[in-house]
Structure formats: C-alpha cells, structure tokens
Write a new protein. Structure first.
Length: 410
C-alpha cells in the first residue's frame, strides 16, 4: 500500500471535523455548583458564554508571543521539521485533536496511507492546528517557520476515542503522558548538564522553578479543572489562579509580559505585555471546567459508601466539605505536618503546603496517579498508607480499602 505524507492530503481536502463518535459511559452524579456552597466568596459569578469562549481560545491557542523562546532560542521548529514524526510526538506524550482532522486524513490514518513516520506529517498536523498545546506557523511551501506552546500543552489531554493519543480534547485534564523534559532536550541550544536534569523528570512531571533557582525538584502536572471554589492555587498555595497563570505564562512558557513577586525574588518584564489583559478571560474559562465525574464500573459503589464515613472521620478536618480543602479558610500546613518535602516548600512563596482539593483522582487511563506534589505515592492505596502512618490512624485493611474506593468517586 502506497503511503503519502499528510501534507498532500491537507492540500486537497478542506478542513472538516472528525465525526467519529466518542464512546459513551454512565456517569455518577457530582455535586452542582449550587450545592458547593462553602467559601463562595472566593467564587466568581457564572461567566458569560462569550467570555468563556474567549478564554477557551486563549487556553488552547494563545502562545503569548513565546515563539521568541521556543523558536528563536531553542530552535525547536528546526527539530520538529527535521526529526519529529507523529509517532515520535505521540511517544513523548503530545496529543492530537481528532476534531481538527479532515475526513480524508482520518481515513488515511485508518488505512495506513498517511505516513506517521514522516516529520512532514507532523508539520501538516501543526498547519491544521491539530497538535494540542503546540502552535506552528507554516508557510505557503509547507515549511515550519515558527513554533510556540499554549496552556493546553500541559493542561489538556484527549479521550483516545480515535486512537491512543488521538481524540477529542479534555481541557483542564493534566497530560500525565507528556514528557516535557524529553521535548526540551531535543533543542540544540540545551547544554548536556541541562539535558541531564530534563531527562530525569519523566512523563507527567515538570519543575516550574528549575530555571529560577537551579534546583531539580519536579512536580506532578496538576489539573486545571475544578478550580472555581478554590482560593489559592498550586501545591504550596502561592496565590489565586491568575497569579499562577501569569507566573507560568511569563516565567515558564516565556510569553511576553511582566511578572513580579518579591517573595520568591522574581522580577521579569518581557515587553510587550501580551499576557495581563487576557488573564480574566482565561480564568473564566478555567473556572468553567468541572472535574470529571467518576465512571461507573471503575469503583465499588457499596465500598465507597462505607469509605465516605471513614473519610469524614479521618480526613475531613483538612479536606473540609464543599471545596475539600481548608485553604479557603486561609490555612496552610508545614512540610512536617503533612509529611512532604521541606526542600520543595522552601522554594515557594508560602514555605508551606496547601491541602489539595480532591477532584478527578481516578479516571483511568488519563488520571490514575501518581499522587502528592512529587508523585511519591504511586497509588491511592499508597496515599492512604502515608496518612495512616503519619497520623497514626487505626484503620483496618477493610476500612482502608473502602476509603480508597471513596476517593475514586471524588
């Protein structure tokens, strides 16, 4: 069977949405926003649809001008065009939006006539806007001129409804397959010492402070859904969601704009400002993203019912009702209090840890651990064992099992 590159297909086929239906599953009910009444002073009013749509576009497609870093400094456009095939891209966790693929491309992938081993096919996917979180500028001769990244790179995945790594977008879901370190290490501008650090991270982890303080303490990429009732974001509760959006957009994505926080000694002003005016709409879109409901059949409903009683007795002091975090009351915890790394906390603005709001803990295959900021708990069972030991809880094996089943419903 003769293979063709996707470039040829793109040239002759108009852009059309993939109409392959996603599988349907029965979902358990989750609390509505009206039911989550605690700490509503931290929650904005429901957003207008136009604001949400604007925020969605920013989240998915706005690079904030970071091409000056990813193209001009790291020269990743050269690497992609010359060496990164779709198979290579998928192997490092990049995802493809199936709804951006023309019908002929869909059929070509299915029958093997589209060459998934050709970097030219990756360039064509970028031209279609189909690579989640990566924006490419392709000229009239199908040459990749510039490339940048968006929020969706780390904080979106796909439902795999077409093939592994190819499907409909799941915005707000952390991409736990994404190997950011491996991707950055492809750059010819990265030193051997830097590559050694980036190579140590592995899939689903990223260190958002390595380029600030030079320490190598990567964290698990967190979800960007279920944020609307949470006062402070990230593991250490450094600030509200727009604070962290600005920090990441400017200091990590290397977008253009100002960011200053004397608590961590960071003062940057990468003019012109392409970030600040977009933060409100971006926040509104993120606040519209609810955590996924648990999938029936992936947990024991009767055990989960019993596990809620265990949770209420053993965990609810910090994971308070509603937000499932005491951060809305202004509470943060020392590293020793929660049994976590003091070294990582010391890098942050607060020097403490936030009680993580429990949401979307178990939604395989995309969300199935690891847990804690550093991924040190590979499973929910390990999470429970950690706190049983730390707090000297007297739980039977049956109670621990029931608690895990309840956590799967959150």
């Amino acid at each position: 069977m003769r293979r063709i590159t996707l470039i040829a297909v793109v040239l002759i086929v108009p852009l059309a949405a993939c109409d392959r239906p996603a599988p349907t599953v029965a979902l358990a009910a989750r609390p509505t926003d009206a039911q989550l009444t605690s700490n509503t002073s931290h929650s904005p009013s429901p957003s207008h649809s136009s604001d949400v749509a604007t925020g969605q576009s920013i989240f998915r497609f706005d690079t904030f001008g970071d091409e000056t870093f990813w193209t001009d400094t790291l020269r990743l456009h050269e690497v992609i065009a010359g060496h990164v095939s779709p198979k290579t891209a998928l192997s490092v966790g990049l995802k493809v939006d199936a709804t951006a693929l023309p019908a002929a491309v869909v059929h070509g992938i299915q029958n093997g006539t589209v060459d998934l081993n050709s970097p030219a096919t990756t360039v064509a996917l970028l031209k279609l806007g189909a690579v989640v979180g990566v924006v490419g500028k392709v000229d009239a001769h199908d040459r990749l001129e510039r490339v940048g990244i968006t929020c969706a790179l780390c904080h979106s995945t796909v439902d795999n409804s077409f093939a592994p790594g190819i499907g409909k977008r799941l915005d707000g879901w952390p991409n736990r397959d994404l190997n950011v370190g491996a991707i950055v290490s492809l750059s010819p501008a990265v030193t051997a010492a830097q590559k050694a650090v980036y190579g140590s991270w592995g899939p689903g982890k990223y260190d958002p402070r390595f380029n600030i303080d030079g320490k190598n303490l990567p964290v698990v990429i967190p979800p960007a859904f279920g944020l609307r009732h949470i006062a402070k974001e990230i593991y250490t509760g450094d600030g509200p969601v727009s604070y962290w959006n600005a920090y990441v957009a400017i200091t990590q994505m290397h977008g253009h704009g100002p960011f200053s926080d004397p608590r961590i000694g960071v003062h940057l002003n990468n003019a012109p400002d392409l970030v600040t005016s977009k933060l409100p709409a971006l926040r509104k879109y993120q606040f519209s993203l609810r955590a996924p409901a648990p999938v029936e059949g992936t947990f024991d409903r009767h055990a989960a019912h019993r596990g809620k009683a265990v949770f209420d007795a053993s965990c609810a002091r910090c994971h308070v009702a509603g937000s499932l975090s005491d951060v809305n009351a202004g509470t943060l915890h020392s590293a020793s209090e929660v049994g976590q790394s003091a070294e990582y906390a010391e890098r942050s603005a607060t020097k403490h840890y936030r009680t993580t709001p429990l949401r979307g803990l178990w939604h395989a295959p995309q969300l199935k651990g690891p847990y804690f900021h550093d991924g040190s708990a590979p499973t929910l069972e390990a999470v429970v064992d950690h706190y049983v030991s730390l707090f000297k809880l007297t739980l039977t094996d049956a109670q621990k099992h029931d608690l895990v089943e309840y956590l799967k419903t959150l």
